[in-house]
Design a protein around this ligand. Sequence first.
Ligand SMILES: CC(C)(COP(=O)(O)OP(=O)(O)OC[C@H]1O[C@@H](n2cnc3c(N)ncnc32)[C@H](O)[C@@H]1OP(=O)(O)O)[C@@H](O)C(=O)NCCC(=O)NCCS
Length: 183
Amino acid sequence: MDTQSTKIKPEEIKIEIINEEYDVQDFTSYEKELVDFLRQDALGNQKQRLSVTFLWFYERKLVSYITLLNDKINLESDLKEFFREKGIHYKSLPALKIGRLCVDDRFLRRGLGRLMILTAIKIAQEMSKTRSGCRFITLDVKRSQDPERDPLPFYKKMGFQIFREQKTGPTSMYLDLQFIEEA
Ligand SMILES: CC(C)(COP(=O)(O)OP(=O)(O)OC[C@H]1O[C@@H](n2cnc3c(N)ncnc32)[C@H](O)[C@@H]1OP(=O)(O)O)[C@@H](O)C(=O)NCCC(=O)NCCS
């Protein structure tokens, strides 16, 4: 069996919140900005209470990470109308933001990206039930000219919708948790 293409199962993953004990220097990605964030900023941001970074380990190796923080969606045009029709008249609605998400180059297309999104959904669902309101998951997608490396189709597959088309810069996307089954 070709183990390199086998999907990694949730029970094979250990998730830890970043701290000084973990060596993140060996993490590799073609998205250099995401490697630099993990090496240089993730721990500092955590200490400043700006974000929480979850390290994912498989067979004791660091294979991916996801960084979460709070966000809000300012309701404009279509979305404003959509919520008005439902009797919701607030100017903004609460969200959980995926600040960073990255799979090590050596573990791409083995299901880790999907599992990390499902985990973020679960966190947002639990939070909004028992702790603090949260209607959306948001993220900003850095587009790539290389179709193999463009993450947009991945996020569309996971149910995210484009929030605002940008001519330059990242594409903002959101997932409305009201239409997602309980994880
Ligand atoms: C985008 C990324 C997180 C996807 O993670 P992954 O673990 O390789 O993706 P998965 O194996 O979980 O894929 C889930 C599904 O999305 C598809 N998919 C993954 N990447 C894709 C891409 N670039 N284009 C099209 N489809 C893609 C997979 O084929 C799979 O489809 P299936 O369910 O029909 O089999 C990963 O490519 C990555 O970390 N890239 C570098 C950093 C990056 O771009 N991060 C996003 C910043 S905005």
